[in-house]
Design a protein around this ligand. Structure first.
Ligand code: FAD
Length: 476
């Protein structure tokens, strides 16, 4: 057994572990050890399909100390005119630079890839190299940080929840750009069955359509319809002040005036905050997936949408679904987008004595939440106060749960605003979507000051209506 020492041992060098480590290194003189079973930094992004992109602008994703992307707007495509969305390979290469140019370059970070954390004890933790099998015990002087709470499942690595019989072809979306290889030995597939209704399935359908697949060649198996965030409302450049900050005020107004959950979403749709693909249906799912209006228009071209629940089995001539059977042309290619990027885990305190469990503190900003947790760890001592500042925000799985998400978001926001040093840090933090946008408004700019005043007033009115919506969410 090898022996080592550190101040903070972080399990997981994905977006969460890296954003936490980056802020800790910037705000303290601590030594940090990162351990991850992946061979490269970036966690699940290493396993993603090649046409994946961020849902959100690159401008506020990653770690606090290093910009992601070049601040450009997309000149073409379905995101045209809006801030660039880093692709999966770009995110991986960014996290590589973070590791080498920021973290390792500080001289205060050790990184152990292809290593599993296999146990914790009173002194620290033990990790094992996947390559040599050698174990190292790390004595931890301050805290053990669990940065694996989110650990989303992705199609290429998840365990399928359905069986696949002989003759059925099922691939992860990672296989789509390489379809020409399937066509080497015979005709390329010309019938596609996309399984799943989340963002990955939306991406796979969009990719197939944009690549030239006729819409009627796609069957889309949708267990639940989903609301999606309108990407226009997430833009954070000054030219997007009205849709972003005015849009926030509109959303707060919807929360202030809604009578129940469906009414809330219809109001959010009416003000342009939310979109749905099929306007004839009332979705029950909301996972904070984000699309542009142009993407939604493209997805509306798919007419063969099957709503018979989840798939349980696939064979050469059809699919067994929870609520019925679907015949499928032999030779169809099934694209498995059923991995659950949102795992349900009950929230727990972030600060637990020797342990820190990094969670969501402002939905949907995972990077910001991790950096903020590290800032609190660096600047506060009292555990109860730290936990008050870092109340975990539940990740929504349904339309009703989103009301809880917003309620906890607002409570955190209120407490942060009462801490002057924290407020100051948040205002300059690149990971905070709108902080710099609102902080940068000129006092003499009457129009924008009016928008800020409206936002404040509507947020107060929304708070007053939250008990009614929470009760409605409870009964939903
Ligand atoms: C397709 C997709 C797009 C997304 N887009 C966005 C977006 O635009 N904006 C946004 O904020 N979020 C987005 N998300 C959410 C995303 O989950 C987070 O942004 C983030 O990447 C999650 O990172 P993580 O570090 O928490 O988890 P992971 O990336 O899963 O990293 C956890 C790491 O822990 C390691 N690990 C686990 N257990 C151990 C152990 N015992 N020992 C050693 N290592 C261990 C794993 O190997 C892994 O590398 C997206 C998610 C998906 C799937």
């Amino acid at each position: 057994m090898q022996r080592a020492e550190t101040d903070y041992l972080i399990t997981g060098a994905g977006a969460t572990g890296l954003a936490f480590a980056d802020t800790l290194v910037a705000e303290t003189d601590a030594h940090v050890t990162l351990v991850d079973r992946h061979g490269k930094p970036g966690g699940h992004w290493n396993d993603a399909y090649s046409f994946v992109t961020l849902h959100q602008p690159s401008a506020f994703y990653g770690v606090a100390s290093m910009e992601l992307g070049s601040g450009l707007k997309d000149p073409v495509g379905l995101n045209r005119g809006m801030a660039e969305l880093a692709s999966g390979p770009e995110v991986c290469s960014y996290f590589d630079r973070v590791m080498n140019h920021r973290l390792l370059a500080s001289g205060r970070v050790s990184y152990h890839p292809l290593s599993n954390v296999v146990g914790e004890d009173d002194e620290g933790a033990t990790f094992e190299s996947l390559l040599s099998g050698e174990r190292t015990h790390v004595r931890v002087r301050r805290r053990i940080v669990d940065a694996t709470y989110f650990s989303p499942d992705v199609p290429s690595t998840h365990r399928r929840g359905f069986t696949v019989g002989a003759g059925a072809q099922v691939v992860a979306p990672n296989a789509l750009p390489g379809l020409w290889q399937l066509a080497q030995g015979g005709p390329a597939p010309h019938r596609f069955v996309v399984l799943g209704a989340g963002k990955t399935a939306m991406d796979a359908c969009t990719w197939l359509l944009q690549a030239g697949t006729p819409p009627d060649a796609i069957t889309w198996v949708v267990p639940r319809d989903s609301w999606v965030v309108n990407r226009l409302s997430t833009q954070n450049g000054p030219e997007f002040f009205e849709p972003a900050i005015g849009g926030q005020a509109d959303q707060m107004q919807a929360f202030a005036e809604a009578h129940d959950i469906d009414d809330l979403y219809l109001r959010l749709e009416a003000c342009g905050a939310m979109l749905r693909i099929d306007r004839a249906r009332m979705p029950t799912m909301f996972h904070l997936a984000t699309l542009s209006e142009a993407e939604v228009e493209v997805l509306r071209r798919i007419r063969h949408v099957v709503r018979l629940g989840r798939v349980t089995a696939i064979d050469a001539v059809g699919l067994q679904l929870e609520q019925g059977r679907l015949a499928v042309e032999p030779g169809a290619l099934h694209i498995d987008c059923t991995a659950s990027a949102v795992r349900h885990k009950p929230p727990q305190p972030v600060f637990q004595g020797r342990r820190i469990v990094v969670q969501l503190l402002r939905a949907p900003l995972i990077s910001f939440s991790a950096a903020l947790s590290a800032w609190v760890e660096a600047h506060h001592d009292d555990e109860a106060h730290k936990n008050r500042l870092c109340t975990p925000v539940p990740f929504p799985r349904s339309t009703a749960e989103y009301v809880h998400t917003v309620a906890v978001n607002m409570g955190n926001q209120l407490r942060w605003g009462q801490d002057a040093a924290m407020r100051q840090w948040i205002r300059q933090c690149r990971l905070d979507a709108f902080g710099r946008l609102t902080a940068g408004v000129d006092k003499a700019d009457a129009a924008r000051q009016a928008v800020l005043a409206r936002l404040k007033a509507q947020a107060q009115a929304a708070s007053a209506n939250l008990p009614r919506l929470l009760a409605a969410a409870g009964s939903a």
